[in-house]
Design a protein around this ligand. Structure first.
Ligand code: P1T
Length: 393
């Protein structure tokens, strides 16, 4: 008896998170959970014949399941898993050729800025970094060599937004590929492909896996043409994840909608609490009514998530809070079930030139919170005691 494939059903996101891409009927034992195909190669029945699997850099059944699942979550038709979020971004940028021009948001993860300016510029790619909160800036930066627009929304760590629908319209009219890094929002809170983007990238290290035990990345697209090229690049360059990491990520995804609901619930409460706190100078969170793009956030996101940045006014105060929390662990990364605190200027965005950091408000007094799924009141108590340790307001 063959069970109806979940992807043949008209399902909603939480159902897809649990089932999409996973096919027990294709496993010899009917295993409900996708097996970890811990193999580098596959026996071929005869010379020139195979079952679709020749070598595990090219394809692996556990990775296939993850790629199908992620594509289903983003509303894409093709998915590609990578060994890290940076490997995913690198693969997308390898779609380009020497002489091509890319417009990138001026606030992106430091590593994204770094691979563009310190690696790929040497290969003849040309990058312009613009404030994509205003689509007019993207339009003004377009040249006849522009082939790609790359944005994060919300951005890491300033929580700035790009109007994805407006960016997609502009790109479509010029035959430019719009890439959205959807790491912060996840498909649970934001659907770039439905808003017109052709390509979505993720650091699956973050919310998608959600348990801070895997480094991974993904590229999702609706374009058959780009998918063919991405599949070629994935195999040719070989930055693929191992089967165990694919399996862990698949397991993590099953609870993604449940986790995001809690990150969002706590994120809203903690952002509001921080906004009223005398020792916090400024809160960056798109869910707050005074966020300059709150109206856009309500339009293009179905929730605001668990990422919050706080301006504390000085490096000394930022240090005191980062060193003073007991539940929030001082660490790089974000999106796990456990709460983390980070100092972008010296950690995730240290590779961004200081002048560029300061221009966007990424000061030495800024700390970034990744609100986990612990009890909200416990998290507030932890932040409160750390803020008290910074001395008088
Ligand atoms: O770390 P990696 O899986 O390679 O993903 C890179 C990346 C891509 N895009 C965004 C929006 C990211 O935040 C990251 C990684 N970010 C961190 C490690 C961090 O602490 O911000």
């Amino acid at each position: 008896m063959t069970r109806v494939l979940p992807e043949d059903l008209d399902t909603r996101l939480a159902t897809r998170a649990v089932h999409a891409g996973q096919r027990p009927e294709e496993d010899p034992a009917g295993a409900i959970m996708t097996p970890i195909y811990q193999t580098s190669t596959y026996q071929q029945p005869a010379l020139g014949e195979h079952k679709g699997f020749e070598y595990a850099r090219t394809r692996n059944p556990t990775r296939d399941a993850l790629e199908r699942n992620l594509a289903a979550l983003e509303g894409a038709t093709h998915g590609f898993a990578f060994a890290s979020g940076m490997a995913a971004t690198d693969a997308v940028l390898r779609l380009l050729s020497s002489g091509d021009h890319v417009i990138c948001g001026d606030n992106v993860y430091g590593g994204t800025h770094r691979i563009m300016t310190m690696v790929l510029e040497r290969f003849g790619l040309d990058f312009s970094f613009v404030d994509t909160r205003d689509i007019g800036n993207v339009e003004a930066a377009l040249t006849e060599r522009t082939k790609m627009v790359f944005v994060e929304t919300p951005t890491n760590p300033m929580m700035r937004l790009t109007d994805i629908r407006a960016a997609a319209e502009l790109c479509r009219a010029r035959d430019v590929v719009l890439v959205v890094d959807n790491t912060f929002a996840t498909p649970v809170l934001q659907r770039p492909i439905e808003l017109g983007a052709e390509v979505v990238v993720h650091s699956t290290t973050k919310y998608i896996n959600g348990h801070s035990d895997v480094v991974g990345g993904a590229v999702l697209t609706t374009s058959d043409d780009l998918a063919e090229q991405l599949g070629f690049i994935q195999n040719a360059a070989g930055a693929v994840p191992g089967p165990l990491d694919c399996w862990l990520t698949l397991r993590g995804i099953k609870t993604l909608p449940v986790r995001m609901a809690q990150h969002d619930r706590s994120g809203r409460v903690i952002a509001q609490w921080a906004a009223e706190h005398p020792k916090v100078e400024r809160v960056y969170y798109p869910g707050l009514p005074d966020h300059p793009q709150h109206e856009l956030a309500c339009r293009q996101m179905s929730g605001f998530g668990g990422m919050i940045s706080l301006e504390l006014g000085s490096l000394e105060r930022a240090r005191a809070v980062a060193n003073g929390t007991r539940l929030f662990a001082l660490a790089e990364s974000l999106g796990g079930v456990e709460s983390l605190i980070g100092h972008p200027a010296s950690m995730t965005h240290a590779s961004v030139p200081k002048a560029m950091r300061e221009e966007m408000g990424l000061s030495d007094g800024l700390i970034r919170l990744s609100v986990g799924i612990e009890d909200t009141e416990d998290l507030i108590a932890d932040l409160e005691q750390a803020l008290q340790a910074t001395g008088a307001a």
